[in-house]
Unconditional design. Structure first.
Length: 162
């Protein structure tokens, strides 16, 4: 009986490792490619910034709306200091996202993770999720709930961005 339980457990561990396509290596986010709202390919490795804020969100997510307003303020105050904000919509259509972004005048990059491969690989389990990356794309902060402006700014300051 114990052998059978161990065998089943081992199967699930191996299966979960096989099906998890992680985009994180040594604490850094490796490259991914997603489509923009204009159907252009966007590659993370091509982003050159002092810090990158990845924002995972959806139009139906009420806390995501509040997170967007916080990120608009940060964009206004920090985009000229080398901080890039990249919002990644999870699981929705291009048309729906485009209308939402235009209606809410969101000024930063918007990407579509319609098939949720990137969000799954980064183990995004709740929306909104914020990930702050340093200039080498190393994860310095990750939060899977509404993240206050003060908390994001604290991590930017730790990276020497004032």
């Amino acid at each position: 009986m114990v052998r059978k339980v161990v065998s089943i457990f081992t199967f699930f561990v191996i299966a979960s490792c096989y099906y998890t396509n992680s985009l994180v290596a040594d604490g850094s986010v490796v490259d991914f490619t997603l489509k923009t709202l204009d159907n252009k390919e966007f590659r993370l490795k091509e982003v050159n910034a002092n810090a990158i804020i990845l924002d995972f969100w959806a139009t139906w997510c009420f806390p995501c709306k509040a997170q967007t307003e916080i990120l608009k303020d940060i964009y206004r105050d920090y985009s000229n200091k080398g901080v890039k904000i990249i919002s990644i919509n999870v699981g929705e259509t291009q048309e729906k996202v485009k209308k939402y972004v235009e209606k809410n005048s969101i000024p930063f990059v918007q990407l579509l993770d319609s098939d949720q491969k990137v969000s799954d690989a980064l183990q995004i389990t709740a929306l909104p999720t914020i990930i702050v990356l340093d200039k080498n794309k190393k994860i310095v902060f990750k939060n899977s709930t509404l993240t206050k402006r003060k908390k994001i700014i604290l991590h930017l300051k730790k990276l020497g961005i004032n």
